[in-house]
Structures are given as structure tokens and as C-alpha cells.
Design a protein around this ligand. Sequence first.
Ligand code: ACM
Length: 261
Amino acid sequence: MKAGFFQFSPAFGDIDSNVNRVINALSGADADLIVLPELFSTGYQFVSKQEVESLSEEIPSGDTTQALAALSIRRNMYIVAGISEKSGGQLYNSAVITGPQGYIGTYRKTHLFFEEKLWFSPGDTGFRVWETPIGRIGIMICFDWYFPESCRTLALRGAQIIAHPSNLVLPNCPDAMVTRCLENRVYAVTANRTGAEARGGKSQLTYIGSSQVTSFDGTILHRATRDDEELFVAEIEPAKADNKDINQFNNLFADRRTDFY
Ligand code: ACM
């Protein structure tokens, strides 16, 4: 099956233009699964909670989720995309998964990074895996990678592919995903953004691009550049992630010594 990402630089606060950009970019894509960046529709560097609230949407009734669901149906494709969610008086840094039948589900970011702690409530969904005809897809968002438990939990729950919407500013994640995939024998699609934001007199955040498709054996199938917009799709075999044997004596899950952890 074909999985990949669309790396670009969202325009802060311009939901319509960001969503249309994605619709245009994916209109010719030959892919089964496309991952978009974290907060792809809003941009990242908020200056107040009111601003976050004004740009947040309910899921699945909000326009952005509806547009993604329609795109998934039209293109017969799964999409995982980061959205600022409002629900029951709370704001969440969330990701939705949509597919050929429309909206499927939501993940709310577990480990909030930096000023996200000022705006968002910590995610309460836990790590979720969706069984689909193209494979079992788990989601984590950006800084979740820093906690090995995120990928491990998704792998233990059966994920074959980890969809990883991101707005990376630290340099380490693309290299670290090699280890995350190797130690769990899962594929990962990390979709980062490019560009920079320096809003409201704050220090500039420069996003590192470098979106990546990583194989279950730690091979980097492709890494994007730091600055270029790119739609990339790789051929992957999700069933290969089900074999946790490292050799005839070692199995990644069976060899875990949970009594010592
Ligand atoms: C991040 O979690 N956006 C670094």
C-alpha cells in the first residue's frame, strides 16, 4: 500500500487557504494514506487562549473535518491531520483520521510541548489504533515521540503504521524515529511543516521540515528537505510489522521482561 505525507508551510489563522492548499495538493495524489502536519489548518504559534479558541473547531462537525472527510471519500484515501479541537469547553491539540467512508476517529495529543500547555488540555483519548483495510493505523502527535511509551503503546495495541502529524522545532526527531521504528518494528510517517512563525513579539519558531517515512527495520525510506513543500508517497507492506522476530531466538514483544520494568 502507498503511504506518505504532505509537507508545507500553513498560513497562520487562514483555515480556508490551508484546507484548500491540501485539497489541491492531494487532488492528484496516488496514495492510500496521507499524513498532514500537526495543526495544519491553523498554524502553531498562538498568542492567546482566545485566539486558539477562535480558530478551534468541533470534531467531526467542524468545516475542516468535514472537508477532510469529503476529500477522503472523493480520493478513496485515508488522511490523518492535526486540528485544533474544541469540545465541552476544553481545547485539544488533536488529530483526526478520515477514510473512504468519511470521518473515523480522533486522537488528542498526550504530551503537550512548551506553550501548548497554556492553551490546550492534555489529551484524554489515550493512544488509539484503527483497524482499516489498508492496515492498522495508530496516531501520535509531534512531541509524543519524546516519550518512548507512545510508540510502544501503539505497537503493543497492534499498530502497523504510526501516523505522526508534527510541527517539529527541535532537531532530533527524524533520527530518533529510526530507533522508535526499530524498537517496535512498526512503520512511521512523520509529517512536519516548514517555515517559521514569530508572532506577537515572541521568539521565532523555525520548523525543521524533514518529514520522513521510516520502515519497520529502521530504514529511512525518504526524508524531505528542511524548507521545500513536498508531497511524498512510499510503497510499504504493513503486514511486515506483525513479525516481531529479530532472529530465531529473539522476539521483540515475547522477550520483554515486564516484571523488571
Ligand atoms: C511539538 O510537539 N509541536 C514540538
